[in-house]
Write a protein that binds this ligand. Sequence first.
Ligand SMILES: N[C@@H](CCC(=O)N[C@@H](CS)C(=O)NCC(=O)O)C(=O)O
Length: 255
Amino acid sequence: MIDVHYWPTPNGWKVTIMLEECGLPYQCLPVDIGGGDQFKAGFLRISPNNRMPAIVDHAPADGGAPISIFESGAILEYLGDKTGKFLPADARGRSRVLQWVHWQMANLGPMMGNANHFKNYGKNLTDDPKQLEYGTRRFVGEVDRLCGVMDAQLGVHPFLAGGEYSIADIITWPWAMLLGRLIDPGVWITYPNVKRWVDEVGARPAVEAGFRKHREWGQQERSAAEEARRRELLFNQTNEKVRSAREAAARGDAS
Ligand SMILES: N[C@@H](CCC(=O)N[C@@H](CS)C(=O)NCC(=O)O)C(=O)O
């Protein structure tokens, strides 16, 4: 059994989609990131960067103690190796897939996250729209460039890493499918190859199942006070604020 420390967000869907694709038994344990679960000592021991997703594999291939992993790219690589699915074993095929996995982790994910922050969340975080202009231009511009990179690749290959569906597609789809909603509704016209691939990957039953996993967790109503606390928790993090939780994790405190 694999425990998935999870909340229904693009980075969480990567893992549930992969597990559905592989047919591995798993259970999701909620990490309510708006409620502060990512700072609990038990979670920080698994995921020291206070971010979900993370997994604990209670039945690793070597038969030894459970293995815990944070960072979605590392998780998908581990699951690909464990199952022999969606990640070729040979050096040539493996590097072809992993370069796109790292491309997503270092580029599309962070740039879309920042573009979304400045373009959509920012207006609730400052009264001065001028503060948002440069960040919006910078990150939306980068997302546009990255869409061009994806579109060129998908114009000559059916999937991101070439001819076969792989963890590169699984890790990129949850962010790419949100491009129209979060960044620019015109993106699908500008980048038709990305649109073709988003639709094809989204039609896979395992992708649909992983994407829907515990959607209800993210849909609770919040009072104005809860919303203000959520913003403070998510968008005002410093080393100082996280330190006491980290120290509790290091001491092995319960919770
Ligand atoms: N690079 C990390 C990013 C994970 C990440 O940013 N997770 C967000 C939710 S999508 C989170 O846990 N946020 C909690 C916080 O900001 O405190 C990964 O891919 O696993």
